[in-house]
Write a protein that binds this ligand. Sequence first.
Ligand code: PNS
Length: 166
Amino acid sequence: MERKAIYPGSFDPITNGHIDIIQRGKKIFDSIIVGVLDNPKKSPFFSTEERVELIRQVFANDRAVEVTSFSGLLVDFAHQNKVKIVIRGLRAISDFEYEFQMALMNRKLAGDIEILFMMPSLKYSFLSSNLVREAFQLGGCIKGLVPPLVEEALKNKLSNSKRKRR
Ligand code: PNS
């Protein structure tokens, strides 16, 4: 039987830290389903379709990585895909409290789903999509923090939004 795990998140946008976790997940599982949260209450920088497309492009040559969006409960998404394991990245102790609460809530909602925490490489332990976006929007260099195609998408998005404001 194929061993599959779900790696859920906002991925606004995907960073090299997320990619690091997916590569580590692939050492344990045959395939990873990257689940991009479609939350109508939030207004993300990249639309759900754009976030999915960017991750698909990053893993274009990797048949072990499937990318799809989901809305509603994560545990329902896991059940729909017949997957019992959810991977979450833990960067630092500061992540722990939120992740712990979320894991136990998910366990309350569906006791058959296990949450597996994985640590990224130390060099990505400070990295988040929010910081990447903020640094980029303020003119900072984000080389090495996101794949080149994501940097290009950030550039295009920023110049389009500047053009719209003019
Ligand atoms: O990348 P993020 O924003 O930290 O990912 C958070 C995510 C998508 C994993 C979380 O918000 C989630 O699972 N949302 C789906 C709604 C849900 O299941 N909520 C109950 C769990 S506490």
